[in-house]
Design a protein around this ligand. Structure first.
Ligand SMILES: Nc1ncnc2c1ncn2[C@@H]1O[C@H](COP(=O)(O)OP(=O)(O)OP(=O)(O)O)[C@@H](O)[C@H]1O
Ligand SMILES: Nc1nc2c(c(=O)[nH]1)N[C@H]1C(S)=C(S)[C@@H](COP(=O)(O)O)O[C@H]1N2
Length: 205
């Protein structure tokens, strides 16, 4: 009998910043997203990366293209979630939404409050479009790992669960690929009835 294999996954990553996209500063959003996802997932990942300015119509068109044409089942954005007049990522995300997933934004603001008192300034949302999940993350590059992974104590105890723990099961429920996380980075939660034999090889003692 053949071993189970990790399903390949296509993930859209979108950095939304006027200054990074025009070269005023180097974009650190896409590298941070790519590094965190590559470290957290066992699945082979094909990244679809986009670096764009804070323009509502362009953000919405980019999200549509990543899902409807490129076939991404997960899209993570970074930047443009604050109250500044140019911050329009949540509006653009809602423009392409079939359904909202408010729990992600609520939990991310709770996590971020453990890091910065200005966490409540992020209007980040998560939505479903077709068979894809879109999640907005704040623009500070360090906020990416903070919100996805949560907060751990110095000895590794999980103090606040990161939102990515709920992402694999959400993707299952909308008919996407079976995502498997590396437990040392983040333990994904699935009800027993939704668990498949893991493709991860048991580590030898
Ligand atoms: N893509 C990025 N790459 C590197 N650093 C970033 C990026 N986005 C944000 N930052 C950092 O986080 C800070 C706050 O981000 P914020 O999204 O508020 O930027 P901003 O002031 O709205 O301008 P812009 O839209 O041009 O990024 C920035 O001043 C910058 O230091
Ligand atoms: N984890 C985390 N969340 C955070 C931050 C941060 O540094 N870390 N910055 C906050 C700040 S200062 C702002 S203004 C909002 C919105 O940021 P954005 O416009 O770059 O998306 O995210 C907030 N959430």
């Amino acid at each position: 009998m053949s071993e189970p294999a990790f399903e390949a996954v296509r993930i859209g990553i979108v950095s939304i910043s006027d200054r990074a996209s025009s070269g005023v500063y180097e974009d650190k959003g896409l590298p941070a997203l790519q590094a965190w996802l590559s470290g957290a997932l066992h699945n082979p990942i094909h990244f679809e990366s986009r670096l764009i300015p804070d323009e509502r119509a362009l953000i919405a068109a980019t999200l549509r293209e990543l899902i409807d044409t490129a076939g991404c089942h997960l899209v993570l954005t970074t930047g443009g979630t604050g109250p500044a007049l140019r911050d329009v990522t949540p509006e653009a995300t809602l423009d392409v939404a079939d359904r909202e997933m408010p729990g992600f934004g609520e939990q991310m603001r709770q996590i971020s409050l453990r890091f910065v008192p200005t966490a409540i300034l992020s209007r980040q949302v998560a939505v479903i479009r077709g068979q894809a999940l879109i999640i907005n993350l704040p623009g500070q590059p360090k906020a990416i790992a903070e919100t996805l992974e949560g907060l751990k104590s110095a000895d590794g105890e999980l103090l606040v669960p990161g939102i990515f723990a709920a992402v694999p099961y959400c993707i299952d429920l909308i008919g996407g690929p079976y995502l498997e996380t590396r437990d040392e980075v983040l333990k994904a939660f699935r009800p027993k009835s939704a668990q498949r034999p893991s493709a991860a090889k048991p580590t030898s003692a």
